[in-house]
Design a protein around this ligand. Structure first.
Ligand code: 6PG
Length: 243
């Protein structure tokens, strides 16, 4: 895999501006090239201002399809829901056709069933065979201070799942639904947004020449086609240089 592209921005607001530029460009390009664009959203707090910014963008929303890279196993109106955060910050503020919003189901009592349901929805939407991985135009990712991304947490079985599109992650015993590493790595653009000094230690492990991938799951995100961009603010980057 080619080395990741690292862009260090002075502060979080410039990081959000840069993320907006990358996302807008990729969505517009996808619509031009293929008539539609697909984006998988990340949860947490970092992307919220980006979603608020995207709500002001002038895009043909009927050509943009929204998916999630991971979801907490809670109802869609639960305060922890990534879906709810994205709706309030962005999706409810523009005229998305309901059919364009593809939330991760969390209603079944068994998260394994929900993971299978989402995998089927992806296979259907992307028209991919069981042997193929869907290719999202944009895969938005954050990184926890433990080096996790999506719901791929250190030392969990989800890190090794490579024969399925969606699997069950877990954080301290709480189930999560998450896209798997190969699906994430297959995106046309993988865009990390990492801000804050509390991420510095994990980032130094992520970019270390040698470290334990299972202890720092974001190390598993690599793009054979050189489509991986890390947007860091200075506080998170520390001594990590632009490249
Ligand atoms: C989630 C996210 C998760 C997030 C990181 C970073 O479901 O919480 O998908 O992977 O990106 O935990 O979160 P912050 O951006 O809030 O630091």
């Amino acid at each position: 895999a080619a080395p990741p592209i690292i862009e260090v921005l002075s502060d979080k607001s410039s990081l959000v501006d840069r993320a907006y530029e990358h996302v807008l460009q990729m969505l517009q390009q996808a619509i031009t090239d293929r008539g539609q664009a697909t984006i998988a959203l990340s949860g947490g707090s970092t992307p919220k201002p980006l979603y608020e910014r995207l709500a002001q963008a002038d895009l043909p929303w009927d050509k943009v399809h929204i998916f999630w890279g991971d979801e907490r196993y809670v109802a869609p109106d639960h305060p922890d829901s990534n879906y709810l955060m994205s709706r309030l910050a962005w999706l409810d503020r523009v005229d998305f056709p309901a059919a364009n919003i593809h939330p991760i189901p969390t209603a079944d009592t068994d998260p394994v069933v929900s993971a299978q349901q989402y995998a089927q929805e992806l296979q259907q939407f992307f028209q991919c065979s069981p042997q193929e991985f869907p290719q999202f135009d944009v895969m938005l990712l954050g990184m926890g201070d433990d080096g996790h991304t999506a719901s791929l947490f250190p030392g969990t079985a989800a890190l090794k799942v490579s024969d399925r599109l969606v699997t069950v992650g877990e954080k301290a015993g709480e189930p999560r639904i998450t896209l798997t590493v190969p699906v994430i790595n297959h995106a046309r653009l993988i865009l990390f947004m990492v801000a804050g000094a509390n991420k510095q230690t994990a980032l130094s492990q992520i970019f270390a020449p040698v470290a334990d991938d299972l202890a720092y799951p974001s190390r598993l995100i690599r793009s054979p086609a050189n489509n991986l961009i890390w947007l860091l603010d200075q506080a998170a980057a520390g001594g990590i240089p632009n490249n």
